[in-house]
Every structure is written in structure tokens, then in C-alpha cells.
Design a protein around this ligand. Structure first.
Ligand SMILES: Nc1nc2c(ncn2[C@@H]2O[C@H](COP(=O)(O)OP(=O)(O)OP(=O)(O)O)[C@@H](O)[C@H]2O)c(=O)[nH]1
Ligand SMILES: [Mg+2]
Length: 423
């Protein structure tokens, strides 16, 4: 089975909280604040790994989480940073936001590493909050939360290798032989109507994806036959196996076939005609005049490989040659997907800023993104902290919101489980 789409939830680590601690020294009753910063949460990093060909690995993975940063501690100790998670994907994988389908990353360069989700920053310890008025601050920041995002991985790279050639030269027969693909084989033209993919295992280490492409004919680049629709798929492959029927059983000239197909590739795009190409003469079981092979090579001024899919000759050589070429061919940048957002994270869901609900008569609950932001930013400790918190909330407009919601003197206000009397 060839999976070219997977869904996985990723989460970067939370930053560790800053510490609100105080120095304790012999003979010093109240030492100064000495709480260290929290560590940074781990990032989710995507790596385009040229040794992976499919998204099969993600089939059983639902969620990947980077580690959280540790909290800061006393004696100005900074918390440990959370470990990153490196997610290895095949080269050519496109990553989209699952909800919006927005393109986040196009991993089209081998060994490229990109940070998809940044870990939350650690909170600052109370050593940073010392000033001349507030000598012993019991405040420290909490770490920023990591980001959780459900993403869709798509392996846009159709295949490493494309099989091209006239109809009925044996492309489908070949892919069926070298992979688990089951492509329809028949003696009439245009048997194959859609590209078909197969995984080719070359040896214990190497494998590649091969695509059976519908047959091309003269004029394919202008839309004659089935051709033009699929030429763009070929554009994303790195190596072309050009199969020619040397038996000429269909009554065409093999040499002419070769030139015509290459003409079509070139007319479609310069890029296509420059792809490394392996020329393979098929159906040698039906070739009674071996000199035709030499003749062909001379005409095109290039060495070719020969095979018979039917009698199992020369197949391994074609696969090895393709594998060798793949190893020497870099992936190209894919222009259509170039308009990428460099930094990727406006996708974080936000709640409404203020949510004020009268949960029972004269009891108002305050929540929303604004509250989250404040609570995420600071740790409020003790009585000091509560007053501080209410002050911050008032400064950013809570009172007006409460009044608009109908709060009266003496009512109860609930925030994050804490109750206050409204005065
Ligand atoms: N004698 C002989 N016949 C072959 C060989 N390879 C394929 N054929 C036959 O050629 C015919 C066409 O084979 P396909 O594999 O369907 O050809 P194709 O290139 O996929 O054709 P389209 O999908 O129409 O483009 C079938 O009847 C095959 O059995 C071979 O090596 N020797
Ligand atoms: Mg076919």
C-alpha cells in the first residue's frame, strides 16, 4: 500500500515557569529574590529525510509532543530546555494545517530542517522583577504554552521515477513486475488511464517510488491522447525511464518513437527534457535481428539498456541504473509551492477576547483569550498576587466589560475558579 497522506497532531513543549524564590543566607533574614528563569519548551522540527520514501511511518502515530521546559529554581538556576522532536518526512512532503488546509511547509530539499512549531519561552524568574520599590517581588512569569496543531502531511512527490513511452510498449507490465502495483495490462493502446504508483525495493537499504504514466503520442503536449494531463506529474519525478518497443510489433519505427516522445517532453517544458533519462528497449524476446539494438544506439548516439518483461531479462539492470541515477540527482525546488509563509504560526486558535457569563444570579464568570494571556504570562502568588492580578485585569478593561454585562456592587466575580466580591 502506498500512503501519500497522513494526519498527525504535533505539539511543541511548554516553557517552564520562572521561579519566585528568595535567597536564604545565614544571618540574613530576608535575602533578595533569586528565582531563575524557566527553560524553553522543545520545538517541533521537520526534517526532509532522503532515506524515507513514504508516509507509512505516520500510519500509527496520532500525536508527537516535544518536551516541556523545566521550571526555574532558586539560586538563579535556569530550568532545563525541553528536548525538540525531529519529525522525519520524505523529501517532497507538503505540510498543511488540517483545519484550514493552509500550506505551512514544503519540504522539498533533501536534509532541510525547518521549525514548524516553536516551543514556548520559559517564564522569567523573580530576579528580573526587582526594583527599588518592590524589594521582594513574589512574582515570576509562567512559561508560555507550546502550540498544538493538527496537520496533514501530503507526499506531493508523485514518484522518483516516471515510466514514459508510446502506448503498449510495456510500461504497465514493467511496473507490475518490479513493484506490488497492479496496473492493467492489455494489448490495446491507452490501457492505462491514470498514473499508478509502485514502491520498488532495490535492496535492503534502497527503495524508490515509480509511476506508470499513460502512454504518450505525438501532440501529447497539446492535449492529444491522454498525455498533457500527466506530463506535469512527470515534472516532479527525478528520473525518467523511457521505454521503447524494439520489436516494432505495432508497425512504428523504434527510433522515430524515441525522438517523438522526447520531442513531446521538450515541447511541454525544457525542464522535462533535461531530466536524466534511461532508455530501455523492451520486448527483446520478440526481436529476431539483434543488430537493431546497435543501430538504435548509433542513431541516438547513446548506450541503451535492453529487457524483456515477459521473459524476465534485463529488469534488474534497469532498476539498478535508476537507483544509481536517483542517488546522483538532487530534488529541484518546486516553484508552484514557493509562495510560502516563512513564519507559520498565525494558525493558533484564539478564543473570543472576553467571555462574561452570569452563571447564576449575581455571579459573573470572566474568561476568554485575554484572561488566558494574563494568566499565561504571570504567576500571581499570595495576596500580593491576587491584588496584582485584579489590577492588571482592571487595566485592560475588565470593569467596563462587567458593567456592560450588568454587574452590581456586591455581586460575585469568578475568574479561573477564584471568587471576588465586586466593589
Ligand atoms: N513479447 C512481449 N510482450 C510484452 C512485453 N512487455 C509487455 N508486453 C505486452 O505488450 C502489451 C502492452 O503492455 P502494457 O504493459 O499494457 O503496455 P503499456 O505501455 O502500459 O500501454 P498503455 O497503458 O496503453 O500505454 C501487452 O499485451 C503485454 O503483454 C515483453 O517484454 N515482451
Ligand atoms: Mg499501461
Amino acid at each position: 500500500m502506498f500512503i501519500d497522506e497522513s494526519v498527525v497532531t504535533l505539539k511543541s513543549g511548554n516553557g517552564g515557569d520562572g521561579a519566585a524564590t528568595f535567597r536564604r543566607e545565614k544571618f540574613v533574614q530576608f535575602g533578595g529574590p533569586d528565582g531563575g528563569d524557566g527553560g524553553k519548551g522543545g520545538d517541533i522540527i521537520i526534517l526532509a529525510d532522503p532515506n524515507i520514501n513514504t508516509l507509512l511511518n505516520f500510519k500509527n502515530i496520532k500525536k508527537l509532543e516535544a518536551k516541556n521546559g523545566s521550571r526555574g529554581s532558586s539560586a538563579r538556576c535556569t530550568g532545563r530546555n525541553g528536548d525538540n522532536v525531529v519529525v522525519r518526512v520524505p523529501v517532497g512532503t507538503v505540510i498543511r494545517d488540517y483545519e484550514t488546509n493552509k500550506l505551512l511547509l514544503d519540504m522539498n530539499k533533501a536534509n532541510e530542517e525547518r521549525v514548524l512549531l516553536k516551543g514556548g519561552d520559559g517564564g522569567r524568574g523573580n530576579i528580573h522583577f526587582k526594583n527599588s520599590i518592590r524589594k521582594a517581588p513574589r512574582i515570576s512569569e509562567s512559561g508560555r504554552p507550546g502550540i498544538e496543531l493538527k496537520v496533514k502531511l501530503e507526499l506531493k512527490m508523485l514518484a522518483d521515477v516516471a515510466l514514459v513511452g508510446y502506448p503498449s510498449v510495456g510500461k504497465s507490465s514493467f511496473i507490475n513486475k518490479v513493484s506490488a502495483a497492479k496496473s492493467k495490462v492489455a494489448s490495446y493502446h491507452f490501457t492505462t488511464l491514470r498514473p499508478k504508483l509502485g514502491m520498488v525495493r532495490v535492496n535492503d537499504i534502497d527503495s524508490f517510488v515509480i509511476a506508470d504514466i499513460p502512454g504518450l503520442i505525438e501532440g501529447a503536449h497539446q492535449g492529444i491522447g491522454l498525455g498533457d494531463k500527466f506530463l506535469k506529474h512527470i515534472e516532479r519525478c527525478r528520473v525518467i525511464i523511457h521505454i521503447v518497443d524494439i520489436s516494432e510489433i505495432d508497425g512504428r519505427s523504434a527510433i522515430e518513437d524515441y525522438y517523438k516522445i522526447n520531442e513531446e517532453l521538450k515541447n511541454y517544458s525544457e525542464k522535462l527534457s533535461k531530466k536524466p533519462q534511461i532508455v530501455v528497449l523492451n520486448k527483446i524476446d520478440m526481436l529476431y535481428d539483434e543488430s537493431k539494438i546497435k543501430e538504435f544506439e548509433k542513431a541516438i548516439n547513446q548506450k541503451v539498456l535492453t529487457m524483456s518483461v515477459i521473459s524476465n531479462e534485463g529488469i534488474k539492470e534497469v532498476i539498478n541504473k535508476a537507483n544509481e541515477l536517483l542517488k546522483n540527482t538532487e530534488y529541484e525546488d518546486i516553484e508552484e509551492l514557493r509562495e510560502l509563509d516563512e513564519v507559520l504560526l498565525e494558525v493558533i486558535k484564539t478564543k473570543e477576547d472576553w467571555i462574561i457569563k452570569e452563571i447564576e444570579p449575581n455571579v459573573f464568570e470572566v474568561s476568554g483569550q485575554v484572561v488566558d494571556n494574563v494568566l499565561n504570562k504571570y504567576v500571581f502568588l499570595g495576596e500580593d498576587g491576587i491584588i496584582q492580578f485584579l489590577q492588571v485585569m482592571r487595566n485592560i478593561g475588565m470593569e467596563n466589560k462587567l458593567i456592560a454585562a450588568g454587574v452590581k456592587e456586591g455581586d460575585t466575580v469568578v475568574i479561573e475558579g477564584y471568587e471576588f466580591e465586586y466593589v
